[in-house]
Design a protein around this ligand. Structure first.
Ligand SMILES: [Zn+2]
Length: 266
């Protein structure tokens, strides 16, 4: 069966604020359930979502650290309606929206760190993500809380990339990813360092903002999280003070236009 393109699907991406709120809620709760299962795997517990131990031979890439623990979590279908006009040719006849989350745990690190990408490391599903969690052997409770925040920030960040479709080499985009979504007050040409250019990438701005918004109770909390993150990057010398201000203003402007949950409207 070939999908016919409906003319309505090709109109500029319009989305109502109710539809946007529904998107926000669905990705918020999906983020929480993936995070919960990931934290349980870290603790060596069973998960509520289906999950399994994965052998490194099943992966489509070679890992840098062979001794890491590997799991796959299957949280279900990607929960947003697909804008079918954005489907890549290879996927038109057979859209697989089932998410695969691969989780890699390195317990031999001296500090904790979470990194992620919007591609799973198993080839069976078209959409998903990979989480690499580096932790010390003895993680105290306070660190566990920080780790949980980091994991959920990363999960929400990668879900946003999945929703962006082709721009992130993902098979489909959802509604509401049109020109308004990709309008920013500054861009990578306004900064010099490669890190600042990356942080002003058109797909990264919404992903970083959504990630940091996940654990923010209101706009003030979001502003302080973003401020802390960017200050950390200036201290490390990745970006300079001028670039920090440009990135900060751009991210906050996008937040004010796109975060429509009640807690951010103050
Ligand atoms: Zn990103």
């Amino acid at each position: 069966m070939t999908l016919k393109k409906c003319p309505l699907d090709t109109r500029p991406c319009m989305i109502s604020s109710l539809a946007r709120k529904t998107q926000d809620r669905r990705l918020h709760s999906l983020t929480n359930s993936i995070t919960r299962s990931t934290m349980r795997l870290i603790k060596g517990m069973t998960t509520l979502l289906p999950s399994r131990r994965v052998d490194k031979d099943e992966l489509i890439v070679d890992l840098e650290t062979e001794s890491n623990e590997l799991f796959e979590i299957l949280p279900g279908q990607f929960p947003l309606r697909i804008d079918k006009s954005t489907l890549q040719e290879d996927y038109i006849e057979n859209i697989d929206t089932e998410l695969s989350v691969t989780v890699e745990i390195d317990r031999s690190s001296d500090r904790f760190n979470v990194s992620a990408s919007d591609k799973p490391l198993l080839g069976a599903h078209d959409v998903g993500m990979h989480l690499l969690i580096e932790i010390p052997d003895n993680l105290c409770n306070q660190d566990r809380k920080l780790l949980r925040d980091e994991v959920s920030n990363s999960v929400r960040h990668e879900l946003e990339h999945i929703s962006q479709g082709q721009r992130c080499d993902n098979p489909f985009s959802v509604f509401g990813r049109g020109s308004e979504y990709y309008t920013f007050i500054n861009s990578s040409v306004d900064v010099d360092s490669s890190m600042a250019k990356y942080l002003l990438g058109p797909t990264e701005i919404p992903a970083f903002v959504r990630g940091y918004s996940h654990n923010s109770d209101d706009m003030d909390a979001l502003i302080s999280k973003i401020e802390n993150f960017l200050t950390h990057y200036t201290e490390k010398g990745f970006i300079d003070d001028r670039e920090k201000d440009i990135i900060f203003n751009t991210w906050i402007d996008w937040s004010r236009r796109f975060l429509k949950q009640k807690r951010f409207l103050n």
